[in-house]
Ligand binder design. Structure first.
Ligand SMILES: Nc1ncnc2c1ncn2[C@@H]1O[C@H](COP(=O)(O)OP(=O)(O)O)[C@@H](O)[C@H]1O
Ligand SMILES: [Mg+2]
Length: 353
């Protein structure tokens, strides 16, 4: 690859040199693209930033960025949950072992709640294991691809408004779970790759949310969007309509970057040939079978007695009633519909269960 002062015009995975480079990237640090002078721009999920925010106008390459990062993570042994309210953003991921594809809002709601529970379980486990433990001992790396967060949040709120019962909390527990996951430390190995419009900070519950994303990828942005998502960098670099050209903000510095382009077929093939996982990665695969509460101060619920909410720990009562949201979910699943139609569950490849 020629070392150009500016980023390359295109960075295509089908170029064998590019493919080699991707192959050589360390397990926790997928390649996002190349910057000026051929600098590798990657996100180290263990060291720098557990979550990634992607913001761009329509057709600005948001789904391509998620695809590029996720295909590399899956190949390296991660599980992925695609929360895709638009339903069609990631056809490459369908049926790939280790991928759960959630399309409708009820599925996304359930998935976020269960992922929040899994995160809490891992937080507790990480504490028990101590700092010297193998980081992989908490479980397999989980990537959560959240497309169009603004629209999805609105739908989640509406869904909860329609389905919640009197004693349920007002705020959607799925939205709450997402906020909670974003606050969890990197040691839980839950990574949110989130696609957002510029109003994200507000949609996610305030500007402090932005702080959970040390890595932010912006393309085709307005001045307003830049101020909202990367206020620490002024003046805003000039936006361009060049396809795949982004600004990757890493730890307070913006890098002009040409994003690695993988076609759907290439991403799928790359994710399918996943490398041998480490034995410790195999032991703790939640696959939506989150286990019963373990240990003091840990419970399935966030709101009810016994739940842990960020820094607060509510007292545990052994006879505490099950949390309303679970009662609700269990009832909804168990009640047969008159039409005989069963709500589809998130698509999970049989190999990953
Ligand atoms: N890094 C890239 N390199 C080359 N082409 C790209 C790149 N990113 C996006 N594209 C082109 O732009 C199109 C739209 O990208 P997409 O990720 O679907 O946009 P968005 O999700 O933001 O609407 C892609 O189908 C592809 O043709
Ligand atoms: Mg898209």
């Amino acid at each position: 690859m020629r070392k150009a002062h500016r980023p390359l015009e295109r960075l295509l995975f089908r170029d064998p040199q590019v493919r080699d480079l991707v192959e050589r990237m360390p397990e926790p640090a997928p390649l996002i693209g190349l910057g000026s002078l051929g600098k590798r721009i990657s996100v180290d999920l263990d060291a720098e930033s557990p979550h990634v925010l992607v913001s761009a106008g329509a057709g600005g390459g948001k789904s391509v960025i998620l695809r590029t990062i996720a295909a590399q993570l899956i190949r390296n042994g991660a599980r992925a949950f695609v929360l895709d309210y638009k339903r069609i953003s990631h056809p490459w991921a369908r049926g790939v072992p280790g991928v759960t594809y959630c399309r409708d809002i009820a599925e996304i709601h359930d998935a976020l709640i269960e992922l929040g529970m899994e995160g809490r379980r891992r937080t507790y486990l990480a504490e028990q294991l101590g700092e010297d433990a193998d980081p992989a001992a908490v479980g397999r790396r989980l990537a959560i691809l959240l497309e169009e967060v603004n629209a999805t949040m609105k739908q989640l709120a509406r869904y909860w408004e329609k389905t919640r019962q009197n004693r349920d909390p007002k705020i959607s527990p799925a939205i709450d779970a997402l906020a909670e996951i974003l606050f969890m430390g990197r040691q839980v190995r839950l990574h949110v790759l989130l696609v957002a419009q510029s109003a994200t900070a507000r949609a996610l519950g305030g500007p402090e949310m932005r702080e959970n994303f040390a890595t932010r990828v912006l393309a085709r942005y307005s001045q307003n969007a830049w101020r909202m998502l990367a206020p620490e960098i002024t003046p805003a670099p000039k936006s361009t309509t060049h396809v795949g050209r982004t600004q990757v903000v890493l730890g307070g510095t913006a890098h002009e970057t040409q994003v690695l382009f993988m076609t759907h077929a290439e991403a799928r093939a790359w994710a399918m040939r996943h490398r041998q996982r480490r034995p410790s990665d195999n032991g703790e695969d939640p696959t939506f079978r989150v286990r019963a509460p373990q240990g003091p101060g840990w419970s399935r619920g966030r709101h009810g007695p016994g739940s842990t909410h960020r820094n607060r720990t509510y007292p545990t009562r052994p006879s505490a009633p099950r949390r309303a949201v679970h009662r609700h979910r269990v009832q909804r699943r168990e009640t047969p519909r008159r039409t005989g139609h069963r709500r589809p569950r998130c698509g999970t490849h049989p190999d990953s269960v």
